[in-house]
Unconditional design. Structure first.
Ligand code: PLP
Ligand code: PLP
Lengths: 430, 495, 430, 495
């Protein structure tokens, strides 16, 4: 059977060495009423047949070309350097466990230390952790930090934060003694104001104003940010946010139907001891050689158990590695370049779409980067028409926000070349 | 050999990568956006060329032990072979290229895969429904407890306590607490199993659930599991299964049959999705029918051969993460299940148990074995016998590293002093197990003859033992403003 | 620019360290009349654009599904375990050079030593080399061995040897003092009889008889063999051939429009010193640790120079590695299984095709394994019809052999599942 | 750490891999074929499970130095960074899945790629046509000589000699001899360049061609190349260019302009296709128009935007290998050329020359530099200065291995005693070159203070220096029947 090692003869030898005659003697502790002898599953397949079956499932999906994908909403098609998969595909990285034994895990430890450093630099925060599951749980974990730090229980969600992030935040807050409210007027009950920059619709919010307002009542400011945008936009550290979180999918990870991606979280000095998840620090051995270790583990559930303020254990290390490779490959200049190209293309697209009969910008007075909401006539049939031409059109955000019925958000990145934009416009005019 | 940080390798004048130009007439951000929304200080990221970057990461990779090259007997972690076919499957453009907000009719293959995986997991653990949304085991634990809580509440029953054995993994009490429960510890008896008497004394109508893993973290099957289930259910509480140890008995018995109402599984343990140096994993949760209404939404439903995402679940606890879970890991796990089949999974568990018992036998007389066998898929030894020599579980671990083996889990479970928790898995050969036992014997021998030498191990790895205490102390210095060195990150030295 | 490392500033520093002011001073030896300053090539592209361009070219090809490919002729679609690419994709293997420094090349050396051992086992010959370019050049190199060994100059090609191999042999023999003749009656001028088992049409030849006939006149017998077939058929070593050669593409290598694949060559003890290419042998260091080294290098061109009987230097090491992984993965039982499945399916297909109106086996009295020649009415339009249904039908061997006009060879392997065979029959009947 | 052979790891009872069943009603081979065509003794192949196989190869991989982790300054080999994008391109199913006997209209993308690659290579080396068929450099050399021979013959000119410099690579004289030519050596002058006087004396109407590489194997540009070309052409002979050193001057000058009539290129050197531990490579040959009729067939032709394989070339020397060359390597090279562009290739050569001269400068005073600079993309040093200490080029090489660098080419070219031939390439950073120079200094220092220690290096590698002479001797013993150990392969020990 695939991936099994012992031969029938070796099994016999091993049983004999143990001093039993059959497997059943090793399974004596299992009440016989519980004992089954097989599973209601088909017999195993050869690798050839397995891969054929899996390929058939993959073929039953429709993959839209990256360049013809204008849908975002939290997951974006971007250029992913081949280098990323070449690194994450190294078995030395992907088949290692959480680096409990630092001497034999310096590769992982250093890579994640570099990830922490890169995220801290990008967000302009003091310290970042080793990763979280995704952008949604990152928001929720940040809220919990604020809850514990301020002793207050209200989490105020300002503006169009990703609706799934808010849903997750709500699920998290049950049991964690948090109340989630919408609004942008914090009070002295507010533990934190959570906002997203750019927001779910792609629009810029007044991050600085919201941060100041939070601080003015003793609440924390939690900024959920698009990492690519930080090449252009003021990072949370520059406007004084206390916690910066976000989804790192754009940093070299495939869309992959929504996961695995990676959440990041960074904070100011004051909050470091409340950070969830793993932290890697620099250390040295007796000979003075530098090495890296998991540190401040006393915060974590395996030490604090029921007193822990996060239960996260396995996180998204390999995705963090991918993000580190991406950021290192791009550098500051590369990230700025893709952010700017995306900006320019989105603005060119917005102008052309808004000029179509019946179309208009949903928030003409607001600024955006590379995703924008626009009112489109007969959105549904229009999207179907685009799909027929292989184009994944804008996202119907009315699905989450009643007031936005008929609004589509379109997104552009460096993968949507000018000819792709032309193709979109042509398909719309046809 | 160590490797400089990318930040240290960075070269001021290095060229950025070539990237496409915009190719459209449109303003640039700086032309349109006001200065105060713009970034003032560019991020100080490394500047390196692709050849340097690739070598940097290649050299770092070579500093790791991993299952690809070493036996990695980390107890409770099920470090079994990660099939390369899984990786090929997840990388198929028909999966990796899917946007999560594509319309349902364009992702029928993905939905079918998830639906089939749900059915397969139901069959393995004996439950009615499974959510694939949780990203890891701990996430699954908490998701399950939230469902149990919602279930009790739906019946107007405000239970406030969750029972957790003292041998439980730290995530169990943490997950319970983070669902708003009070955690009550249940003691293990001298045989390493849960004490029924203690359990009895802690059960009450306040108890929402008992969290158990079986075999427990000592690798011992809870023989009285049926009595436990009856006792728990009699008080109206639910029984929760921590599936970290599921590799012990696939096709041999099923948590659902034992009376567990909710079960999390670690696809990154039992179902061979790679650990990735600490994730991503996937922690699906299976439940019996009475908990099904509370599953996170969306669920995946099938009707007339068409698959849909069901968001209309009024009693759902809501989402526990964005989108539909770690889809790429689900593809890997499903690929594995197809290849193994029911017969393969069953034999896998049998072999895992066989290997653990075989290795346990080799360890007899070498280390302490505080509990009687047979064990299931793992066993816990103790370095207590080396106390006279001043040798601890940690030293044994480091000695193993020196001998080209990764170390077992040490100091867990907490109920065993100097615990050394060994899980060989079914994908390691007898020859490897023998070599590992040989290394242990060698270490014990060395402990007896030259403990100091052992304390100085590992010697041949990229670094020796690191000053973890010093690191923590330096961080405190940083956090309290006594030092400028953030320790937790690189920072450009001030000029 | 991609893949370049020096920054403009570093270039200046390096020039200064050398003690010159400009690159031109380093290029003084180049006559100025020769100096150009650019190339008539487009400017470089970003990786994103490069990959898009390359993908467009790939998309301009039509790839027939493996299961619907019934064409062989020397290159076959077979199941390739994922393990193969997982090994050959390791940069430690694929970015190393020929292992000149054994201490730092044990990975490559041992892998190729294992390849040599596997090929020697499979062919039942004494010794195999580290690889050759392909099956065609392997035949030619073997002929040269015979030429030198026997001092005779006639190479007799018996039966349907792959026509491209024979063409290459002819090109090689020019200048090497060999004469290539067709026929199966060797004389005392014959250096070697070359035959292929199964032959180019898939038919079994009398390998033993040809070998004996060669030996009876003092000529060598060179068997060009299909490595998968050796799980079933008597290997060259069993019938006494002197040199076994072949194409290893079926051992885990992609069709890849014909290359890179791998040639193998194995021989009896007597001929070892005449083997072309690299040879790896087992050795040990001063501490008694076993290691592997390039050996018998005195045969090679870099020592013998104009006296060498082969000029091969870079060979097909990574392909040999792939083949080694394949053979190790499959084992004897696995190779036998795929050979048998292929045999059974081909025989089932042959029976069904021969039953179609107007079709008949081209050599009904001859035996075959998994490829066979059949006379098909109106072959050309028929193949076009199949292609329309996504089926790559049989190979028109009349292209090379006038006497075989109208004959197609069909091949089946483990990838052509019964439903695929049904699909072929259905398409033919439609 | 060493790794057992797969044959030694083999376990008698190990299960074979799962494979599809036939699923058809048909006889099995043994039912139909007579016993004497069937195999009598099954091949004795290893029996291992996939996890064991993967670990086996992973552990072997870790025993290699490679450019992915080490500086690999092998002179004449152009060990530059192998872009990972190349690998991704070659793996595209639209290329990897093509059968060589598909009809032309189904492989237009592949033919276009080859046609475009041909055009690009023509532009780089300044020739009219290129064949992509040869599998490696030596194969290309011989292909070119066969064309030159065919050319002369077509004019009724039976020339019998080929001139080759004494500093030439061994493949040059071998290829000439294997085309049926007599090889006449041309001497180098004291400045390391070809001696015009000696050339003059060897030129005659018998000479078919002069084979040269420029820069020559000493890394020196043949300043008088135009005179050489004139002299050679004046006698009716042709000038052949060994393109192993093409990395020295892309976009700087062109062999075609220098007067070369035929040029081979090593795509696995200049154009970044990986060496693979010894191939596969690709050795295209470019020729001026007068040689074009003799190109191997098929050539790739374009008409009206349609690409075809042209087999109707009556003067062709015929095929030099099956199908159309190492297509997968052609894809990689073309991908590289697209990414680099004319500007990138030019800068690559300039940087290669800069790096070589920079490193050469660092080596001044450390090793002998027998020839005056500047060099082109590589230089040849000599360990002759260490002779008093009994230290040889080989010891320097082994010392470099110990210091985590691969060794330069040693003992080639033959015209320099104790030659150490260093080619840094453009993809190594200044920091790496400095570190390498530092290692050389350290070695020379050690040669002076403790030569014995140096003779014992490498110490930290998987094995120390191996007894190559003993191995050759043992092989002789085997071949002469004095020993049963074949040395060149594993063989099951007789019981
Ligand atoms: C017994 C047990 N429970 C729960 C977990 C938590 O799983 P995860 O790390 O996937 O969150 C683990 C894994 O470390 C475990 O061993
Ligand atoms: C100068 C020179 N010529 C020819 C060759 C032969 O090339 P290949 O090894 O690709 O056959 C080489 C490569 O080793 C070389 O360095």
């Amino acid at each position: 059977m695939p991936y099994l090692v012992h031969s029938p003869q070796e099994r016999e030898e091993m049983l004999a060495a143990i001093g039993v005659e059959s497997m059943d003697q090793l399974l004596v502790d299992i009440p016989s009423s519980l004992r089954i002898h097989d599973l209601k599953l088909p017999r195993g397949l050869s690798e050839f047949e397995t891969m054929a079956a899996v390929r058939d499932l993959a073929a039953a999906n429709r993959v839209f070309a990256d360049r013809l994908t204008f849908r975002g909403g939290g997951v974006y098609k971007r250029f992913i350097p081949t280098a990323v998969a070449a690194v994450t595909g190294k078995p030395e990285f992907y088949t290692a466990y959480t680096p409990y034994q630092p001497e034999a895990s310096q590769g992982t430890l250093q890579a994640i230390y570099e990830f922490q450093s890169l995220i801290a630099e990008l967000t302009a925060m003091d310290v970042a952790n080793a990763s979280l599951y995704d952008g949604a749980t990152a928001v929720a974990e940040a809220a919990m930090m604020a809850r514990v730090h301020t002793g207050r229980d209200e989490i105020l969600v300002a503006g169009y934060v990703h609706p799934e992030y808010v849903e997750v935040l709500r699920t998290f807050s049950e049991g964690r003694g948090m109340k989630v409210k919408k609004g942008d007027q914090p009070t002295n009950k507010t533990a934190a104001v959570v906002f997203q920059q750019p927001d779910f619709l792609g629009l810029l919010v007044d991050a600085k104003g919201l941060t100041e307002r939070a601080h003015s009542v003793g609440a924390l400011a939690i900024a959920s940010v698009d990492p690519i945008s930080l090449a252009i936009l003021a990072p949370p550290g520059e406007y004084g946010a206390d916690i910066a979180v976000g989804e790192g999918q754009q940093l070299g990870l495939a869309a992959s139907y929504g996961g695995p991606h990676v959440g990041f979280i960074a904070c100011t000095k004051d909050l470091v001891r409340r950070l969830p998840g793993r932290l890697i620090g620099s250390s040295h051995d007796a000979q003075g050689r530098r090495g890296f270790v998991l540190t401040l583990t006393a915060r974590e559930q395996h030490i604090r158990r029921e007193k822990a303020t996060s239960n996260i254990c396995t996180n998204h290390s390999l995705c963090a590695l991918a993000a580190a490779v991406y950021m290192t490959y791009m550098g500051e200049a590369g990230m700025r370049q893709v952010a700017e190209v995306s900006f320019q293309r989105a603005h060119a697209l917005a102008e052309r779409l808004a000029a179509l009969p019946g179309w208009e910008m949903a928030f003409p007075e607001r600024q955006f980067l590379n995703e924008f909401p626009i009112i489109a006539p007969k959105a549904k049939p229009l999207l179907r028409k685009l799909a027929k031409k292989g184009i994944l059109g804008g996202l119907e955000v009315g699905r989450w926000f009643r007031e936005l019925k008929g609004v589509l958000t379109f997104t552009c990145t460096e993968v949507n070349d000018p000819a792709a934009i032309d193709a979109l416009l042509e398909a719309l005019s046809a | 050999m160590t490797e400089p940080l990318s930040f240290e390798l960075s070269r001021a004048g290095a060229e950025p990568p070539r990237l496409p130009a915009a190719g459209v007439h449109a303003p640039r951000p700086a032309d349109v956006l006001s200065k105060d929304v713009l970034r003032a200080h560019p991020a100080d990221l490394p500047r390196l060329s692709e050849p340097e970057i690739m070598r940097h990461y290649s050299r770092m990779a070579s500093l790791n032990y991993s299952i690809s090259e070493q036996f990695y007997p980390l107890g409770s972690c099920t470090m079994k072979y990660n099939p390369v076919a899984n990786e090929a499957a997840a990388a198929l453009p028909g999966f990796a290229g899917l946007h999560p907000y594509q319309d349902e009719d364009t992702v029928q293959g993905a939905l079918e895969l998830m639906h089939s995986l749900e059915r397969a997991l139901c069959a393995v653990v004996g439950v009615d429904r499974v959510t694939l949304q949780p990203a890891a085991g701990a996430h699954g634990e908490w998701t399950a407890l939230r469902m149990i809580q919602a279930y009790h509440r739906s019946r107007g029953d405000k239970r406030t306590e969750v029972l957790v054995p003292d041998s439980a993994h730290g995530t169990n009490p943490a997950s319970a607490a983070l669902s708003g429960f009070q955690v009550v510890e249940v003691r293990s008896g001298p045989d390493g199993r849960i004490s029924l008497a203690d359990l009895e004394s802690k059960l009450s109508p306040r108890v929402a659930a008992l969290m158990l893993t079986n075999p427990n973290t000592l690798g011992l099957f809870e023989r009285e599991i049926l009595d436990v289930a009856e006792m728990v259910h009699a008080t109206g509480a639910m029984l929760y299964y921590d599936g970290a140890n599921l590799n012990a008995f696939m096709g041999v018995c099923r948590p659902g049959d034992m009376g567990f109402d909710a079960v999390h599984m670690n696809l990154h343990k039992t179902f061979t999705t790679p650990h990735g140096g600490g994730g991503p994993g996937a922690g699906p949760v299976g439940v019996k029918a009475e908990l099904a209404p509370f599953l996170p939404h969306p669920t995946i439903e099938r009707s007339n051969g068409h698959f849909t995402l069901d968001f209309k679940r009024p009693q759902s606890i809501g989402r526990v993460r964005s989108f539909y879970g770690n889809f790429g890991m689900l593809v890997r796990a499903y690929t594995y299940i197809l290849a193994m089949g029911g017969d393969g999974l069953t034999q896998a568990s049998l072999d895992a148990v066989l290997s653990a018992n075989y290795l346990r036998k080799q360890v007899e007389g070498v280390l302490d074995l505080p509990h009687e066998g047979p064990c299931m898929h793992e066993f816990v030894a103790s370095a207590h016998n080396l106390a006279p020599q001043g040798v601890k579980a940690l030293d044994v671990a480091k000695g193993l590293l020196e001998r080209d083996f990764y170390a077992p889990t040490v100091y867990f479970p907490l109920v065993v002093p100097e615990a050394i928790m060994v899980e060989p898995t079914e994908t390691e050969s007898k020859a490897t197990l023998d070599a590992f036992a040989g290394a242990l014997k060698d270490i014990v021998q060395q402990a007896r003859t030259d403990a100091a030498a052992l304390h100085a191990e590992p010697r041949s790895l990229p670094v020796g033992r690191l000053d973890e205490v010093g690191t923590a102390r330096q961080i405190t210095a940083y956090l309290t403003g006594q030092s400028e060195d953030p320790v937790l990150r690189w920072k450009r030295p001030a000029k």
